[in-house]
Design a protein around this ligand. Structure first.
Ligand code: FES
Length: 147
């Protein structure tokens, strides 16, 4: 049975936690930016046997966290990854190997292979993601190259 005293005690306890929650969140945001949804998310993808993955095409579409991304294997066997999210209003892009362009079905925007804008309305280039390649594996991190 809940007494008035224990009820008040519980209520004060809940209110106390509620009052300090924003402070704890602010501290965690400073100490752990990934937890606060900042730019560097901990989404990492590891592709085993990249030579097998890139044997027929020089690119692969991958999921990095909740984002679609494209990874190109360049002639020198290094890798380049870009977000497949249009910088105009966030629609998904489609890579057209035949025209070497990214096309956006929402408003007709397009991007060149290097991520620069080919056809407006987008004004900003595609986001390049960080790629680490070592020991025959590549890791794509949802973090801008220069972020
Ligand atoms: S969202 Fe891609 S052109 Fe508008």
């Amino acid at each position: 049975m809940t007494t008035r005293r224990s009820f008040l005690s519980r209520l004060l306890h809940i209110l106390g936690i509620t009052a300090i929650a924003p402070i704890l969140y602010a501290i965690s945001a400073v100490m752990y930016p990934p937890l606060a949804g900042k730019r560097q998310r901990a989404a990492t993808l590891i592709l085993d046997n990249p030579d097998e993955v890139f044997s027929s095409l020089n690119y692969s579409i991958v999921k990095v966290g909740d984002k679609d991304a494209i990874v190109f294997q360049k002639a020198d066997k290094s890798y380049e990854a870009m977000s497949l999210q249009c910088t105009h209003a966030g629609c998904s892009l489609e890579w057209k190997d035949s025209s070497q362009q990214f096309l956006c079905g929402c408003h007709g925007g397009a991007f060149h292979r290097d991520g620069s804008v080919a056809v407006p309305p987008p004004t900003r280039p595609l986001e390049h993601l960080t790629v680490r390649a070592e020991n025959g594996r590549i890791t794509i991190i949802d973090k801008p190259v220069n972020g």
